[in-house]
Write a protein that binds this ligand. Structure first.
Ligand SMILES: *[C@@H]1O[C@H](CO)[C@@H](O)[C@H](O)[C@H]1NC(C)=O
Ligand SMILES: *[C@@H]1O[C@H](CO)[C@@H](O)[C@H](O)[C@H]1NC(C)=O
Ligand SMILES: *[C@@H]1O[C@H](CO)[C@@H](O)[C@H](O)[C@H]1NC(C)=O
Ligand SMILES: *[C@@H]1O[C@H](CO)[C@@H](O)[C@H](O)[C@H]1NC(C)=O
Length: 546
């Protein structure tokens, strides 16, 4: 009994201590991304905090798909007509060309895109400007959704409050550098690089690929900083007086980085600082909501299980070849499974097969949680994959652009499914692939094992968001968690001054040693010579005498 005394005492102590709760903080969410799938993840963070009783004001470019909530005020500042047509053209281009990450990034600098100028223009929209120039509310915290927009740290500078950044996936150099995470390319996989299945580290070829990707993204990050600084100065610093913090000052006043990733299950482990908080699966509901009645009945009635087909919110079917849609319809309508197909124009479906349910806004998460769902056909967006992984549903991916080909490859390599190219699709290939995924149990087993690890954590994603956000609110920032690296210059962070000093010491020591040796050597030589001479003259004397 006595052995357990200290432990029981500790338990009593822990139960007794109640961390002071912060009630009803005013939080500003700045989510200017043009991509609805990004905004969905950010809104999941917002919902978590609103349910907890905080009062959140959200600024976006487009109305987010979000159930009205009494504690959330959404302010939408739509892009200008010119910017809208740039976005439309951009989305059409990226979905037809299947842009690689390299050209996606390079094009940011070469062509007009909704990413850079769009977000800058948005920041200057009168509705948005009013929030940071004449705030009617005293904000306690800014949450900034990251996507090449860190000049918007200016919101926090203007409102004089701490800032938390959120990112929708595994950090890239642009996020890692904000908090000084170690992203050594020899063992930390970069964007779109995945370990071979069963391997514990990257082999030579993969390390080459990883090194190039990492260097490319790091270079883009450095170039982008100049652009961001320019935007920051133009939008915020220009008319704010000499005491206004600079862009680089603000980069060192970030409290936390939330990112939608869970290393222990998604792997491999990457070395991160305490300022980076994993909230992997934040957009996945911990308990599914009931489905709309007709959809629930449609799924429940299926005796052979169901397939959920959605190419996400970014890609319209009009952007995909008509022939591919025809093939997809032909194969899916022949299956014994029920199919729930996300389709925007319900008046204009590819057919009326009785086993297919077309819908334009479908509760993806709740459908994947349905026990009848046996396969998810997806564009391989990070969010959809996370939901399917959470619920243990195998996947067939049709990656379209940006990070999707990489996500699909990682998913397939992990054994959770297969991927196909939507532009070169044939009926035979599609039929065979779906058959393999439905009949071979290996996919379901792998993703099931993953699901078990994914859910096993000390704090759920939602609990992490609440705990760490309130930590920042309680302490007016989390600067105590910052890595010293953020406050060091190039020479110090690479220890160049120490190496230099050591080198000088070694050289001086070598010189002294050399002088010492010379001195001693000469001395010895003299003695030896003296001895030799003395001996020689003795011998001469002997000779003479003899
Ligand atoms: C909204 O916040 C209040 C506290 O400010 C809280 O009591 C209430 O439950 C929250 N509403 C919802 C729907 O969670
Ligand atoms: C909540 O936020 C809204 C929008 O910014 C603001 O009008 C309202 O006064 C806030 N409520 C409280 C209780 O602070
Ligand atoms: C489901 O099955 C029930 C009973 O067999 C039937 O009445 C209903 O119309 C079916 N619903 C759908 C959507 O197939
Ligand atoms: C599907 O049914 C609707 C109405 O019942 C009809 O207008 C439409 O032409 C049909 N579509 C096809 C492809 O058969």
């Amino acid at each position: 009994m006595e052995k357990y005394l200290p432990i029981s005492l500790l338990v009593v102590l822990l139960l007794g201590i109640e961390t002071s709760t912060i009630e009803g903080a005013n939080i500003l969410g700045v989510f200017s991304s043009y991509s609805p799938s990004h905004v969905i993840v950010h809104m999941a963070v917002v919902k978590t905090l609103a349910d907890r009783g905080h009062n959140i004001t959200v600024l976006t470019q487009m109305k987010p798909k979000f159930e009205p909530h009494e504690n959330v005020t959404v302010i939408v500042a739509p892009p200008s007509p010119a910017q809208q047509s740039i976005t439309k053209e951009y989305m059409a281009r990226v979905s037809s060309e299947k842009e690689s990450m390299f050209s996606f990034m390079t094009n940011l600098f070469l062509r007009p895109s909704p990413v850079l100028n769009g977000q800058y223009e948005w920041t200057l929209h009168p509705k948005i400007k009013a929030i940071y120039e004449n705030p009617q509310t005293k904000y306690d915290l800014v949450i900034l959704g990251l996507m090449l927009n860190d000049f918007q740290l200016g919101f926090a500078a203007k409102l004089r409050c701490p800032v938390i950044m959120t990112w929708v996936g595994v950090p890239m150099p642009a996020m890692d550098s904000q908090v000084a995470n170690i992203d050594d390319p020899s063992y930390v996989p970069s964007l779109n690089v995945a370990l071979e299945p069963g391997k514990l580290s990257m082999g030579f070829r993969l390390r080459c690929v990883n090194f190039i990707t990492h260097s490319f993204l790091s270079t883009i990050n450095v170039l982008m900083s100049h652009k961001m600084q320019e935007f920051y100065n133009q939008a915020f610093a220009k008319d704010s007086g000499p005491n206004f913090p600079s862009y680089y000052d603000m980069k060192r006043r970030i409290s936390l980085l939330f990112y939608n990733y869970h290393a222990p299950s998604e792997g491999p482990i990457r070395p991160t600082v305490p300022q980076s908080i994993e909230i992997g699966g934040i957009q996945v509901k911990e308990k599914p909501d009931p489905l709309p009645k007709d959809l629930a009945e449609f799924l429940d009635n299926g005796t052979d299980g169901a397939i959920f087909f959605s190419l996400g919110t970014n890609v319209k079917f009009s952007g995909i070849r008509a022939q591919s849609v025809e093939i997809l319809y032909k194969v899916l309508s022949k299956l014994p499974q029920r199919v729930v197909w996300k389709w925007d124009d319900k008046e204009n479906t590819p057919g009326n097969a009785s086993n297919i349910y077309f819908g334009n806004w479908l509760p993806q998460d709740d459908i994947l949680a349905h026990p009848k769902t046996r396969l998810f056909i997806t564009h391989a967006g990070k969010g959809g994959i996370a939901e399917a992984q959470y619920h243990g549903v195998p996947m067939l991916a049709f990656p379209i652009f940006a990070d999707q080909p990489g996500n699909a490859e990682i998913m397939a390599k992990s054994g959770f499914g297969l991927h196909l190219d939507v532009l070169t699709l044939t009926e035979k290939i599609l039929e065979e692939t779906i058959g393999e995924l439905l009949l071979n149990p290996a996919y379901r087993e792998s993703v099931g094992r993953f699901s078990a690890l994914y859910r096993d954590r000390p704090l759920t994603a939602r609990q992490s968001v609440v705990y760490w956000t309130e930590y920042v609110l309680r302490h007016q920032g989390a600067y105590n968690l910052q890595s010293p690296l953020l406050h060091m210059n190039f020479v110090a962070r690479h220890n160049l001054d120490v190496y230099g000093t050591l080198l000088v010491f070694c050289l001086v020591a070598l010189l002294i040693l050399r002088m010492l040796f010379r001195f001693v050597f000469r001395k010895v030589l003299r003695v030896v010579r003296g001895h030799y001479r003395a001996k020689a003259s003795k011998n001469k004397l002997k000779d003479k005498i003899l």
